[in-house]
Ligand binder design. Structure first.
Ligand SMILES: Nc1nc2c(ncn2[C@@H]2O[C@H](COP(=O)(O)OP(=O)(O)OP(=O)(O)O)[C@@H](O)[C@H]2O)c(=O)[nH]1
Ligand SMILES: [Mg+2]
Length: 369
């Protein structure tokens, strides 16, 4: 299901469900406010826990809605996903009505966001997704956050949540906390940084290809229809991202005079520019995807290179595209470049979508029995 083609850009309504969902939507507001192009039309957060709603920072207070108050007394579902599902089902129409006024004709899609290891997220999100797909002719995607470790209840909730969402949403963009948290890290301490990283990647994807009006146009331009078509593959999607300052790739004398000479008088060599694009791309794919998976499992993929125009070497961008095409041999690949005049770093964003199998999903099914 593609968004309306005459929409100039992605304009999504983000809907957080449960504690993690609300906090990540909060970060999306922060990310959106820091960009030159906005992708966030509005947001809503639904939770059974009133104190989690109260602790949000950026989500406007009239966009925060408690539900299941009778069942949970405002203190959360305590990992009881079945009870959260029943409460959401009883109030499905009411919850959806909270969205009616913000899902205007210019909105290109609905982005649900939930942690699937607790109760509210995996219980209520599939119910809401079903209600939304029934009423609106708009793509519904879900950012599905997977829990850390091997806690049986969390794994079972997540495995069931992923499965329930799979049959209703257009695509799940997965974020695996387990891959992002070291054994010695405390989850609490790491969450703010993880939420920022996730919001940054989602934001980069949602504005993919958008450049300021005065910027030169890339050799090959990506737009919102490419992003929508990539996610339209369904199943699971994973996002990789890397950014490096171009100075890292300048092979100039390491002295003040050398640096000035190198940066002011000489253009970067072809080799330096190829190296910059290639290594940033490899880092984006091999560094840390939001969900670890084999790109060969994907049926659609997207790669976007951005950076100062003279660094987006045509040959290097073409080589990079070929490299991604080889990794994701079964995928329809969309690629583009977005020149950023005056920019001082190269960034690469990759998405693999249409994935049906990933090691972490199998783990969750195993631990969750
Ligand atoms: N990335 C990220 N993960 C989180 C965050 N908070 C919680 N999680 C993870 O998400 C899972 C679900 O947590 P919550 O979202 O708080 O649970 P909930 O949906 O509110 O469910 P209940 O509290 O049981 O009603 C946890 O097991 C954590 O793994 C967060 O802010 N960011
Ligand atoms: Mg909660």
């Amino acid at each position: 299901m593609l968004p309306h083609r005459n929409c100039p850009r992605m304009d999504v309504v983000a809907v957080g469900v449960g504690g993690a969902g609300g906090r990540i939507v909060d970060e999306l507001h922060r990310d959106d406010a820091g960009r030159s192009v906005s992708y966030l039309a509005a947001s809503r957060v639904f939770d059974t826990d009133t104190s989690s709603l109260g602790a949000l920072d950026r989500v406007p207070s009239d966009a925060r809605h408690p539900f299941g108050t009778l069942e949970f007394d405002g203190s959360g579902a305590d990992s009881d996903a079945d009870a959260a599902r029943d409460a959401a089902a009883d109030q499905a129409t009411e919850l959806r009505r909270e969205l009616d006024e913000v899902i205007t004709t210019s909105v290109t899609g609905i982005l649900l966001v939930a942690g699937l290891g607790g109760g509210t997220g995996p219980g209520a999100t599939p119910v809401l997704a079903e209600e939304l797909t029934r009423v609106y002719d708009r793509p519904v995607h879900c950012v599905s956050v997977l829990p850390t470790g091997d806690d049986e209840t969390a794994c079972e909730n997540a495995a069931r949540g992923v499965e329930a969402l799979d049959s209703v949403v257009d695509c799940q963009i997965a974020f695996d906390n387990d891959a992002w948290i070291g054994e010695d890290d405390s989850l609490e301490d790491r969450l703010p940084a993880l939420n920022r990283e996730l919001a940054d990647r989602l934001g980069s994807l949602l504005v993919a290809g958008e450049v300021e009006a005065a910027s030169p146009v890339g050799e090959s331009v990506l737009d919102e229809t490419d992003v929508a078509a990539t996610l339209d593959a369904g199943g699971l999607a994973t996002i990789g991202h890397a950014s490096a300052p171009v100075s890292k790739f300048r092979d100039v004398e390491d002295s003040l005079v050398g640096r000035l000479k190198g940066s002011l008088l000489e253009d970067a060599s072809d080799m330096e520019r190829r190296e910059a694009v290639t290594s940033t791309l490899q880092w984006a794919v091999r560094g840390q995807l939001t969900l670890d998976c084999d790109p060969a499992e994907s049926t659609s993929a997207l790669v976007l290179f951005s950076g100062p125009p003279d660094w987006l070497h045509r040959g290097a961008v073409a080589d990079g595209r070929d490299w991604v095409a080889e990794l994701s041999t079964n995928a329809e690949l969309r690629s583009g470049d977005a020149p950023v005049p005056g920019g001082d770093s190269i960034s690469v964003l990759v998405v693999f979508a249409g994935i049906e199998r990933a090691p972490r999903i199998e783990d969750l099914q195993w631990y969750g029995g």
